[in-house]
Design a protein around this ligand. Structure first.
Ligand SMILES: O=C(O)CCC(=O)C(=O)O
Ligand SMILES: [Fe+2]
Length: 252
């Protein structure tokens, strides 16, 4: 299979690893190539168009790669796998691909963390977000709390920044820097890729009513070893031969 590059040149070396391990996430602004941005926009619009006819249990947004060949082709793309393996080490599995499109007026999402390997920190889980047309902090913007992942806490749901501040952040210091934990509302240019550890607290601000759709998709990978709650792969799809991803679709 011939692969077109999806990313510009990037490095995930010692300093990137330190940043990710200190902050809980790392952003690569403008990493996506123009061609990948264009194809992703098309694919994500297509996924959006299917949603009104969604079948419960196999929704096009939650199983996005099963509905679109281009999204599927990125699961095993060499640059994607290199990034996932730079973060997680060699032994990885694909976990899910979910579209996160947010049209004007979308309400965003509450604060939460995701789990995996609560009892076994050697098992990593990373989400790789493609913010195809970027976002502003007050317009469908991703919010994070640098250092929150080091607490390895399951935050079920907190509806506002104030609630998170009062009920979870208050009194906590960053375990590495010693500074009080703080909410950061990010702004990112188009074509940004963000990798995030599973225990990082995050939420999303509402999209402004007059804004266009924020196009976004997330790919998740993990070290095998435990069942995974968010592993959205249909039974049939698990048997599929996805180029580049041979052996990566199984649970263990
Ligand atoms: O829409 C986003 O930017 C992030 C959504 C989210 O929390 C997730 O996919 O885990
Ligand atoms: Fe999330």
């Amino acid at each position: 299979m011939e692969w077109e590059p999806i990313f510009h040149d990037f490095t995930f070396g010692e300093s990137e690893r330190r940043e990710m391990d200190r902050e809980g996430h790392i952003a690569f602004p403008g990493l996506l190539k123009d061609d990948a941005q264009e194809k992703l926009t098309e694919s994500l619009s297509y996924i959006e168009s299917l949603r009104p006819r969604a079948k419960e249990g196999h929704e096009p947004n939650r199983f996005a790669a099963e509905f679109d060949w281009y999204l599927e082709s990125l699961i095993g793309h060499p640059q994607m796998l290199r990034l996932a393996r730079d973060i997680l080490g060699e032994n990885i599995r694909y976990d899910h691909c979910v579209s996160l499109n947010r049209p004007g007026g979308n309400r965003g999402t509450h604060w939460h963390t995701h789990g995996y390997g609560e009892e076994d920190p050697s098992l990593g889980f990373v989400r790789i977000f493609f913010y195809v047309n970027g976002f502003e902090s007050d317009d469908g913007g991703l919010k994070v709390v640098p250092g929150s992942h080091l607490f390895r806490d399951r935050i079920a749901r907190m509806d506002s920044d104030e609630a998170l501040q009062e009920q979870w952040i208050s009194g906590k210091n960053h375990p590495i820097t010693g500074e009080p934990l703080q909410i950061h509302a990010l702004s990112m240019p188009p074509k940004t890729v963000i990798a995030m550890w599973t225990f990082a607290a995050h939420g999303v601000n509402p999209r402004q009513p007059d804004s266009d759709t924020r196009w976004c998709v997330v790919y998740a990978y993990r070290n095998p070893g435990l069942p995974s709650n968010a592993r959205w792969i249909s039974e049939e799809y698990e048997k599929r031969r996805v180029p580049g991803a041979e052996g990566l679709l199984s649970l263990y």
